[in-house]
Design a protein around this ligand. Sequence first.
Ligand SMILES: [Zn+2]
Length: 110
Amino acid sequence: MDPARWTPERLTARDVVAHRDVALSFYCQGCRMTVEFDVWKVGARLADDPLQTLRFRCRRCGVYPSTLMVARRNGMSGVHLFEIPLKPRSWDESHEEKQAVAMRRAREQA
Ligand SMILES: [Zn+2]
C-alpha cells in the first residue's frame, strides 16, 4: 500500500516492512528517550494486525508506550509522517499495575 494512503487506524507491520525507509519508534516515559524498534519482529507474528491494536513494551525498562511515531528516513534524520495512538486489545487491569511497577523501576534507575 502506498504510504500516502496509510492511516493510524489501519497501518500493519506488513505495510511498514514493504517500505525500508519507514521507521517506527516511540517515546519511552521510563527511559525518557525515543526508542526505535524493529518492525520485522512484529511482522513475524502479527503482520496483519493493525499496529494500533498491539501492545508494545520498552525492551530496556518495561514501560508500555501510548503512542507510536511513524517516520520516513531521510539521510541521518527522519521525516515525521504521523502518530498512532495505541489502543491495545489486551489492555487489561494488570497492565496498569505492570506499568506502575516499570515506571517505578525506571525512576529508581535514573
Ligand atoms: Zn524504556
